[in-house]
Design a protein around this ligand. Structure first.
Ligand code: COA
Length: 86
């Protein structure tokens, strides 16, 4: 389960996010017991969903309630299988 991938705003949208995720996945693939990577995206941040889709993640259909301070939303759970993808 990835907790958060966060780039400084001035470095966003220039390819670093793709490189960063690929490095994370390369490390994760050295752990043979891990078969998939999951991420939760808060629905209020849905603009980031295309990024995860480009990284090969697909919606699982699972959601979780999300309530922090004044924000009441849902977490959308996505995952990427490591078994056939490379
Ligand atoms: C999400 C984040 C890590 C992505 O990193 P990035 O450097 O901006 O992304 P990249 O420039 O490497 O883009 C990677 C690919 O995703 C696509 N993409 C990224 N954001 C997109 C968007 N909002 N809509 C459509 N496509 C998008 C890019 O076009 C690119 O596709 P390509 O490699 O096939 O050309 C970064 O924007 C960020 O830190 N955002 C704020 C924090 C956040 O919301 N994190 C996620 C929490 S779940």
């Amino acid at each position: 389960m990835l907790g958060l991938l966060l780039l400084s705003e001035r470095y966003q949208a220039s390819g670093i996010g793709r490189s960063a995720y690929m490095l994370v996945e390369r490390l994760v693939r050295t752990w043979p017991e891990v078969r998939r990577v999951r991420i939760g995206v808060v629905e209020t941040n849905a603009r980031v969903l295309p990024y995860w889709q480009r990284m090969g993640f697909r919606a699982t259909g699972e959601t979780r309630p999300y309530a922090v301070g004044a924000v009441a939303s849902r977490v959308i759970v996505l995952e990427r299988s490591l078994q056939s993808a490379s």
